[in-house]
Design a protein around this ligand. Sequence first.
Ligand SMILES: *Cc1c(COP(=O)(O)O)cnc(C)c1O
Length: 422
Amino acid sequence: MTDFTYRNGELHAEDVPLSRIAAEVGTPVYCYSSTGIERQATRFLKAFADQPASIHYAVKANSNLAVIRLLAKLGVGADVVSEGELRRALAAGVPAQKIVFSGVGKSAEEMEFALGRDIFQINVESEPELRLLSAVASRMGKTARIALRVNPDVDARTHAKISTGKKENKFGIEIDRAQEIYRLAADLPGISPQGIAVHIGSQLTRLSPFDLAFQRVAELVRQLRAEGMTVSQLDLGGGIGISYRGEVPPDPVDYAQLVKRVTAGLDVSLAFEPGRYIVGNAGILVSRILYVKQGLSRRFVIQDAAMNDLIRPSLYEAWHEIVPVKEPAAGVSLDAVDIVGPVCETGDTFATERPLSPVESGDLLAILSAGAYGATMSSSYNTRLLAPEVLVRGSVFSVIRPRPSFEELLSQDKIPDWLGQG
Ligand SMILES: *Cc1c(COP(=O)(O)O)cnc(C)c1O
């Protein structure tokens, strides 16, 4: 986390003291390091510099237009899972030719929108989806360039809720049926099969599941070729993990070497869809402590960020490092505390019995590694306003999504006339 460091006794984002951001924008607030995001993207790009590879950032990890634009300027494309995300990618300046549309449940309207923009590839995950896409494309007089997303039945050895490549997961076409469906795709009107896609899960911390899955896919490519099918694209998905708690995730250089070994001789163009790897460690959530409450057996640090702002701890039992913004004195004794939010749910807990230096009401905390699946999964549960997002560049910071007002939030609801004026 070189982008968030203590300087002069205070945590900074690049060259900006976090207390300045908190004072100007309020808390809770998401804060991203543009340098951190660029560094990760560049590492990934460099690792594949000697292979025919394109990178499509998985927008769902952090879909702020400014973040997508930052990556687009480095030549990174987009992997989207809805019409909304596709619109975001286009609005941020990603060329349609660099956009992949993934997802298990695309609607006819979404297909029509994607075909109308002539995006690079639609990843198809089932036979009924393939038939619907064929119908939509034919009606529009278009040809959909597709990849078949296969399910290789490989255990990604990650949290069950972010595992996607086992046969009991809803994702992809079982690999044993892939040849048959590929043939069907080649025969259907309005469909041009160009390759195979695979994505076995998120926050992978070892390479072996990738190895196994990619070998199965490579074998499938050889089988399809033997049948005379054209396979020019291999989309190997995302999933490289990050360090939340000292994990040592795969280095992209080793990952790239593995890919090179497994795809040797296949003569295909490669695509990748990293999300978390690019943005995860480059973002934090800054909160302010409201109260320190001594319970019967626990000490609770109640701060103003909650599960609606960052749901990963409650949804995935995720562990996030949490540090005070004011640098603790060296050698200070630590108290075990529960760090919780104000939402009316026991699950609204960021950390349990976590050693923390002494803090008091009014102090700022930084919840680290919150750049991926943080703001994008936030909600206004408990009628709390969505946390604003800030992007830092050296000594400058910009609000890239302001905090909405209560008026804006309430105006989304409509009271029917027949309920009267109150
Ligand atoms: C979520 C997702 C990704 C990104 O996963 P990360 O673990 O964030 O890299 C890539 N591809 C598909 C199809 C996804 O659903």
